[in-house]
Write a protein that binds this ligand. Sequence first.
Ligand code: URA
Length: 431
Amino acid sequence: MRMVDLIEKKRDGFVLTKEEINFIIENYVNKSIPDYQMSSLLMAIFFRGMTNEESSAFTEAILNSGETIDLSSIDGIKVDKHSTGGVGDKTTLVLGPLVASCGAKVAKLSGRGLGHTGGTLDKLESIEGMSINIEIDDFIKQVNDIGIAVAGQTAKITPADKLLYALRDVTATVPSIPLIASSIMSKKLASGSDVIVLDVKIGEGAFMKTIEDARELSKIMVNIGASFGKKVVAFITDMSQPLGFTVGNRLEVKEAIETLQGNGPADLTELCVEIGSYMVYSGGITKTLEEAKELILEKLNNNEAYDKQMELIKYQGGVIENLDTFINVKEILEVKSTESGYIEKIDALAIGIGAMKLGAGRETKEDPIDPDVGIILKKKVGDKVEKGEILALLYNNKDNIENILDEVLEAFVVTKEKVEKKSIILEIITQ
Ligand code: URA
């Protein structure tokens, strides 16, 4: 087999076989296929797309490029969740303990944030003493002991995805739906859970910009899951504003804790209750989705979900002595509205970049993170605002941040017409 023939085949719109796809991934990982040929194939895939069978074969080849995690020694059905990347997305910190308190088993491998999207690991590491580098045997023991563990993904999982993602990033081939689907699903399948709930975000700063694209991505991922015998559900959710009120590591941890204390933002709470219900039902804990929702609400209201969150933090060495003194910054700056009206949109990309510039995120993988800084939104879409009212607070440790203040102000779009608050969940795609 010659790579040049396979590039030609895809370029001309033909379908690659499983053997051909295996050949490509194996030889790319062992460096027999150079980056320039792989780049060319990725661009051909970008324009020609892939069939469901090709996407499944591509996913399987990436999955087989590294180790997979065997969770069979954990009793019960293992449930997992993945978001395609959001701003203020602290869902895992709320949802994980919530579904674990209902009896589902959560063995979660998470990643770090890059650019305007934050990563669960960075949020967890902002808690003093919290360990996210857990050996696999300890990880499994922890899930058997308390029903939940959240750890960092090791380099041994899907090495082909790391190489491909880095190449896609510099060859303008990231936004290909089949490539995104196989990248996400290979990692989820390697992590070993039985049930996978996907949160596919739409909006500025999200990979998917339209409902049609989000639907197509969701359907491909659900299909790939089915071809591996996994139960996969995709939630298409709105990111026309950041999730919740906070963006920044400790600010988001605090908000995640408050949410399980029953004082969370409406959108985050709704998302966690709805996704959580699917996880609990698909995990076989209840017979119906309605019962699952009742159970989720019960655990939220009787504080058992909060207790599970505290148990998780403590088990992994984390200490939060006092939530009121958890966040310490040099100054808190106010961003005030220059007009009266209703909030129509809050550009999540701009808020994510603003928080990153304050030091809450990284521009490059090596950048350090300041755990205390970030942004608190004081208004959300649909809220009424008067001229001079506070729109956002910037938790800051840097000097000369006037440009960030301006960018955060510009992220808020104010209109004279009343704006209705909408559900964050736009569609649910099942098998
Ligand atoms: N997230 C991933 O893991 N991979 C992609 O290709 C896009 C988003």
